[in-house]
Design a protein around this ligand. Structure first.
Ligand code: ADP
Ligand code: ZN
Ligand code: ZN
Length: 753
């Protein structure tokens, strides 16, 4: 029920036109029906033809002469179509994450830049198998035929398959020129056609359908028996890498498709590798389609059309694939659900997990959500143990060798015995060994905590905030600052614990490590992967392909290198400074470290040969390091959830970060203080206020960044505060008083600010 007089309505629902709103009066008889997001029928234009629109805003302020404002004619009550669902989802996002309706709509509505019906190309093997194999060996024996070797290896794996052309050029990095020349030689065939339709949905018993293990089958049976009983739920599959989760997803999708429904599969962009995608193509053929950020708006539109019209049943993609307009979504799968890329960093700062669960409630007949991870987020595991989600476990690795042997190198000890290099003696020893054997190594450094925590290199003591239990970071002028509450202390040069002089902030980059490797092992061939080397399109995949085809011995990189790819010849992983992520200045630092260490360790020994992992750290006794080295998720969880409980951090409680961006630092701080005061004047039970404080990255492009935090057990209480602040901010904006400042909300933040 609204007491407000007017509704601002959008008539043309399209991504491009969301800004064009029309105002209508809400007649009394409809006041209990009209709400944000609901469809309405309105007289439109000169002829007053009836059009369908959606309510985006409710207001008491007429935009123009009130006598000329027309009335809403009706609120239709048909069943929800794809468009209605999108609008409702946007309305939910606006409320739940605090953004404008327009920003929310732009997120959920796919772009509508049309493109001419595209021909699609497929590549298949043309030579007979024996000839093809010979040609493959010929390429493999030459240094400059790596691309040919790669494509032939794939085609030989499944000689009857047609592989989408784009997948080969984008993910395998075989150029169009190479493909053309292979076609001219008669090695491959390139077919061009409009979408090929498979006659029967769900008829997909092609390659790769494995007979499931009893554990895997148990998950599928349990899911399907719920599903057929009409129960829709959220399920968490906790299973180490290689335990067969992807195979379970494929089996679940099979069952869902047989029931006439469609599937959305979210995979972090970084893990959308050729191998993973081909597993879905091999099984589902052209009923599956892939979304990724390198598609043009036209291509994206094309995918959306295919989903709308029933041309495909399955979409695979990153976060934004959630908004694929299938008529009957039955399942939403989120692989690697703990990944921080599932949280949007621009407004609305939505999380794909919660948004998927909301969407699952809105679609006709309801959908179920399946989350999968080897290192579930604290949120999901907490909900699984408290019965909000259903928990499945996969405990065994099915293939891919034994788990690697993990060792911890104590950097304090190294310093004590005179080793000042960035490599511990144990890591040096293993590097020598692997380089001699011609096996590969990955060296990994986490850049996240770059803000610079300060520690004692002799005893490992870390300077922490006495109020928030997060690391203090070094700021100009010799200050140590807490990014939650603003607590400050001067930087001392003497360790308060052991009185040594080795107090310093920790900094090391990938470039420096690569240089160091070249210095110590001049013959080692290195590749580097970080933000600098992956700036151009496709460079990420290209570096990985080069490393996979053994064009280098050592891959040095940031967290990007621990995702997705399998390298059977990597038998050594060195984690150079586990502490960098351990002491990032936010409450998720330990969780992120555990995930990274566990995943990085899992990179070693994926093939036949056993692997070694060395974790270098100043804090070998920290529970993130200890539990990760044993690959013991439960033990980590118990420690971590106790810490969150003690300090009322999510998922035990909820947290809202009110982020203020300002060209003027002092003005920003004053404003932040004002926002806190407004909330405190309207104190709600159980609210805890922190800040304002400068953000971890205090200034970007001359814009100062600061935040106020509110912690509360009750999420709705946080929303009430958000509404209160939004109102205040709008008033200031209307008075033209908020020129140099903007405000964003982030609920249960995942990415540091
Ligand atoms: P995850 O997604 O958990 O990393 P995958 O589904 O990729 O695990 O499975 C890991 C490996 O085990 C893959 O090579 C896959 O082909 C194989 N695999 C999975 N399930 C089975 C099964 N039931 N029988 C035989 N091999 C399997
Ligand atoms: Zn010390
Ligand atoms: Zn603090």
């Amino acid at each position: 029920m609204t007491a407000l007089e007017y509704a601002n309505i959008i008539i043309d629902i399209s991504h491009e036109k969301v800004d064009r709103l029309f105002q209508y009066r809400i007649p009394d008889r409809l006041k209990d029906k009209v709400e944000v997001g609901c469809p309405v029928e309105v007289p439109f234009g000169k002829g007053n033809t009836m059009r369908k629109g959606y309510v985006l805003e409710l207001t008491d302020e007429p935009n123009w002469d009130p006598d000329k404002i027309k009335e809403i004619a009706a609120v239709p009550e048909d069943k929800l179509g794809a468009e209605d669902i999108s609008i409702r989802l946007a309305a939910w996002m606006k409320r739940y994450y605090g953004s404008t309706m327009i920003a929310a709509l732009k997120t959920v509505l796919p772009a509508t830049k049309k493109q001419n019906t595209q021909k699609h190309k497929f590549v298949s093997l043309r030579m007979d198998l024996r000839q093809a194999r010979e040609y493959y060996y010929e390429c493999a024996s030459k240094k400059n035929q790596k691309a040919r070797e790669r494509i032939l290896a794939e085609l030989l794996l499944a000689p009857d398959d047609r592989i989408p052309y784009e997948l080969i050029t984008q993910k395998l990095h075989v150029t169009a020129a190479t493909l053309k020349s292979l076609a001219e030689k008669g090695v491959i065939r390139i077919d061009e056609e409009e979408y090929y339709r498979k006659p029967i949905a769900g008829d997909s018993d092609r390659y790769g359908a494995k007979e499931l293990s009893p554990e895997q089958q148990g998950i599928v049976d349990s899911f399907i028996s719920d599903y057929d009983a009409g129960k829709r739920d959220t399920y968490l599959i906790h299973g180490i890498t290689g335990s067969g989760k992807t195979e379970v997803y494929i089996a679940l999708i099979d069952e869902i498709i047989k029931r006439g429904k469609q599937a959305i599969v979210l995979i972090p962009e970084i893990a959308l590798t050729y191998q993973t995608l081909m597993r879905f193509y091999r099984h589902f053929g052209d009923r599956v389609s892939v979304m990724n950020s390198s598609l043009s708006p036209g291509e994206k539109y094309d995918q959306m059309e295919r989903a709308r019209t029933g041309d495909i049943d399955i979409i695979i993609g990153p976060r934004s694939a959630l908004f694929t307009p299938f008529p009957n979504t039955g399942i939403i799968i989120i692989d690697e659900e703990h990944e921080s890329s599932y949280k949007s960093e621009s407004m609305p700062k939505y999380h794909a997990r919660e948004t998927a669960i909301e969407l699952a409630k809105l679609v006709p007949g309801g959908a179920s959500v399946v989350l999968g991870s080897a290192t579930p987020s604290l949120e999901s595991y907490y909900r699984a143990t408290t019965g909000q989600y259903h928990l499945f476990e996969l405990k065994r690795r099915l293939t891919g060798g034994t788990l690697p042997q993990v060792e911890i190198a104590d950097l304090r000890e190294e310093l004590r015995t005179g080793n000042r290099s960035i490599f511990s003696r144990r890591l040096q020893e293993l590097m020598e060994d692997r380089l001699n054997k011609g096996e590969q190594a990955m060296l990994f450094i986490n850049r996240r905590g770059l803000a610079g925590f300060v520690s004692c290199r002799s005893c490992g003591y870390v300077f922490k905030c006495p109020h928030c239990d997060v690391s203090l970071s070094e700021h100009r002028g010799g200050r140590l600052v807490c990014h939650y509450c603003g607590y400050e202390q001067p930087l001392t040069k003497i360790c308060p614990k052991c009185s040594s002089k080795y107090v310093s902030s920790f900094r090391a980059g990938t470039q420096q490590i690569e240089d160091e490797v070249k210095k110590m092992w001049p013959n080692a061939r290195t590749l580097r992967m970080d933000a600098d080397t992956t700036r151009t399109k496709g460079s990420y995949d290209r570096i990985l392909s080069a490393f996979a085809s053994k064009e280098a011995d050592v891959l040095v990189g940031t967290q990007m290198i621990v995702k997705g790819h399998d390298f059977p010849d990597v038998t050594l992983v060195g984690i150079l400074a586990a502490d960098m992520s351990l002491h990032a200045s936010d409450y998720r630092a330990s969780e992120r470290t555990f995930q990274l260490l566990t995943q990085a360790a899992g990179r070693a020994g994926r093939g036949e040969k056993p692997g070694n992992v060395v974790i270098q750290t100043y804090e070998p006794e920290h529970y993130s390091v200890q539990t990760a080295s044993r690959q013991d998720y439960e033990a980590f969880y118990e420690e971590e959830i106790a810490y969150r409980d003690l300090l009322r951090y999510p998922p035990i409680s909820h947290m809202m970060s009110v982020q203020i961006l300002s060209y003027d630092e002092e003005l920003g701080m004053q404003f932040a203080t004002r926002l806190r005061a407004i909330m405190e004047q309207n104190k709600r039970d159980g609210a805890i206020f922190i800040g304002p404080a400068s953000a971890a990255i205090g200034k970007i492009n001359d814009v100062y960044r600061m935040a106020v935090y509110v912690k509360m057990d009750d999420y709705d209480g946080l929303i009430a505060y958000k509404d209160m602040l939004e109102k205040y901010i709008h008033q200031l904006e209307d008075m033209g008083k908020l020129k140099k400042i903007s405000v964003q909300f982030d609920f249960d933040p995942v990415n540091g600010f």
